[in-house]
Design a protein around this ligand. Structure first.
Ligand code: UFG
Length: 330
């Protein structure tokens, strides 16, 4: 079976490509490398350097390949950037998905797994937050994910394109080989920043707020290992192909860790001091974001296997230690 992986050179996409190949799928990666790294892909995977906002190229790719399904990882993901440059986010996260869905419809491809985000919930009113929680985001990034989910719903109602939207909590960790891992430019994510500090690439990590109503005053997140996240895309795709029922799932563990706990764990793993300073709160950050995972367990029979904090942090550390410059461009 042939799968089109859009945004496949990014952090989660590149890990999912490995899982797909391991499971015997033929993969075509389509990525404009604006955020991704071709170095994160196996040398023999078919790679197209393309933008989803290039409908002619998309048309050509769909004409030249008979895809059984699409997995889309192409979204931009920085909340702060989305509030500085909303048009970029609507273009990259909404218009590009529209182009992709049009191409799928034109070529009778009826299955898509979509990377959504827990940010659609905004400031959650209850923890753990379940899929029925109102979509109430306060930023453009989360809004683009909510629009995308609604667009997918109507492309199912009208054209019969079946989708699963996976609402990621915090993707973390790295492939156990240590060959690929998390690399953003600029890096804003907590765990890479903590390890970059351990490596001396930064002088300290700034903790964004210590006055939240949480156990130690710092924000709490539900970290999900990128390998678990990758595998759930394949499971969701296979279920879609066999049962044809569109759906939305939270993908997390149901357990949260505070910023201070992450720093403490990193200190133990690295043996380094990792200096911290107290910074101010970051716009849009909920105090706590932890997934209710009952639905995905029940309906997909899925449970995370690699997402204990130790495995997440150790695999991430292995990647950062061996690749202090990421893929060489950061
Ligand atoms: N944090 C710090 N200091 C830092 C970086 C982060 O204290 O230098 C804190 C943040 O305030 C947050 C927590 O650590 O509370 C985790 O921050 P990340 O940036 O790693 O992750 P977020 O929860 O903010 O972001 C996640 C995804 C993003 C996505 C966002 C919105 O990782 O890709 O949710 O859904 F954009």
């Amino acid at each position: 079976m042939k799968i089109l992986v859009t945004g496949g050179a990014g952090y989660v996409g590149s890990h999912a490509v490995r899982e797909l190949l391991k499971n015997g799928y033929e993969v075509v990666v389509y990525d404009n490398l604006s955020r991704g790294f071709q170095e994160s892909l196996p040398k023999d995977v078919k790679f197209i350097n393309g933008d989803l906002n290039n409908p002619e190229l998309l048309e050509h790719v769909f004409n030249s390949n008979k895809f059984d399904a699409v997995i889309d990882f192409s979204g931009h993901l920085e909340v702060e950037e989305s509030m500085r440059n909303p048009e970029k986010f609507y273009l990259n996260n909404v218009i590009s998905l529209l182009n992709l869905l049009k191409a799928m419809h034109n070529h009778n491809v009826k299955t898509i797994v979509y990377s959504s985000s827990a940010s659609v919930y905004g400031q959650p009113k209850e923890i753990p937050v379940s899929e029925t929680h109102v979509n109430d985001t306060n930023n453009v990034y989360g809004e683009t994910k909510a629009i995308a989910e609604r667009m997918l719903k109507f492309f199912d109602n009208i054209y019969g394109i079946k989708s699963v939207s996976l609402r990621y909590f915090n993707a973390a960790g790295a492939d156990s080989s240590g060959e690929i891992g998390e690399a953003h430019n600029p890096e804003t994510h907590l765990i890479p920043i903590v390890f970059n500090t351990a490596l001396g690439k930064r002088q300290h990590i700034s903790i964004y707020g210590t006055d939240y109503q949480t156990k130690d005053g710092t924000t709490i997140r539900d970290y999900i290992h990128v390998k678990d996240l990758s595998q759930v895309h394949i499971l969701a795709m296979e279920r879609l192909l066999s049962e044809g029922k569109s759906n939305v799932f939270n993908v997390g563990t149901g357990k949260g860790y505070s910023v201070k706990e992450i720093v403490e764990t990193a200190r133990k793993i690295t043996g380094n001091e990792i200096p911290t300073i107290i910074g101010s709160r970051r716009f849009g950050d909920p105090a706590e974001l932890v997934a209710h995972v009952g639905k995905i367990k029940k309906e997909l029979g899925w449970e995370p296997r690699y997402s204990d904090l130790k495995t997440i942090m150790e695999t991430s550390w292995k990647w950062h230690k061996n690749h202090p410059a990421g893929y060489g461009k950061i």
